[in-house]
Design a protein around this ligand. Sequence first.
Ligand code: BG6
Length: 488
Amino acid sequence: MATVVPVSSFDFVVFGGTGDLAVRKLLPALYLRDRDKQITPDSRILLVSRSKESVDAIAKRARAHVPDDLFDEAVWRSFLARTQHFALDAAHDEGWSSFERALADRPEPVRVFYLATAPDLFGPICTRLRTHNLVTPNSRIVLEKPIGHDLASARAVNEAVGAVFDEAQIFRIDHYLGKETVQNLLALRFANSLFESLWNRGSIDHVQITVAESIGVGTRAGYYDGSGALRDMVQNHLLQLLCLVAMEPPTQMHQDTVRDEKLKVLRALKPITPDMLAGWSVRGQYRAGAIDGVGVPGYVEDLGGAASRTETFVALRAEVETWRWGGVPFYLRTGKRLAERTSEIVIQFRPVPHNIFAADAGAILPNRLVIRLQPNEGIELQLMSKDPGPGGMRIKPTNLNLSFAEAFKTRYADAYERLLMDVVRGNSTLFMRRDEVEAAWTWIEPILEGWARDDAPPKPYPAGTWGPAASIALVEREGRTWDDEGSD
Ligand code: BG6
């Protein structure tokens, strides 16, 4: 087990401190880091929200999101003793004085302001932090997505926050970058020499990135209907995964070098113009169906019956216009209420140039490297092998299978645990820089505009399937298939 070094003492302020994210993710993550002795005894958690809920009541809700086997009553109590809640309206000046006093008492420690609020409050909160003199040189601000809903609004948010905080103090979170298996992509590519000489258009036929969810929109229908899968998942999570697969090796593992390389990928994405949309994109919306044999309603029912053109599924064909990747398709796909929850990256290599085996030996399938991000985290290399036994030469697909659960026998920390401590440490390698967010919106925007002009609604798909048939056609018309068996 690695040695755990406590990070320096800090005050961790969460705006939106009684909201879903704080209760489900942030408080459990901070508690778990406290349990792992990473948090100094004098560090504090300051929750800020409009509600008058007590810390005990908030804690009770958060407790439900800490797994029982990781729960330690004594640590939990000492963690809560350092947690306070301030009821104030972040959009108005009233009520700030007691919060201000609590912070003013301790100006030295690292101060984190985590904005788990609606994005239209990001600017006003930053301005108030400044007018109340709460921004110290040791302060950092964390922005939850969505950062804008298009390029112009993302720029406006970045401007408003940038008027108060330096770029080095701004941490734009993409929780996918905090996932162990996503960081392992960096290890796979840059701590092994095996793949690098093959990692290009000469050897790779195409790449697939799938982030499939079996859940529906649940209680987030209001937010989701104004967003859709392209903004909610592709603009951030899927494009970040694409960057890690496609980027050039950075010269060192440093916040600027890594993000410089990711930015180059985003800027090299071939624009999908409206006339290309029909061949390069599919959007869908789930209808009633069944997940694991249990009937589930459709998206419109989840919304309460209102008709909607919001996509809950998207599949895209992307290309990275560089010498390394020229002409290699990157197929991206994500959706709600799909057949199962599975996220994976598939690197499919080129077929053998010539088959020396007899026709009845069996088909030679191209090698695939499957990186399973969640669940069943691991890496699988699909190889062709001789089927043992008499009867001549028969060729069969087989797998080299590395399961991280078996190899490491350790708990996989939630993405937020890693990322929150990185903020305190001031390490922004796994956070999005302003130029990255804006480059991602620059690529996404023409797709949104093209869809807005298109009369056709999203294609329906029954819940519990892999999305609209058109998404299968998107890859099959190019002679390829989605890896829907990958997670088995
Ligand atoms: C969030 C999206 O960013 O990621 C959600 O807003 C989605 O819609 C979630 O469900 C998926 O995250 P994870 O970690 O469960 O794969």
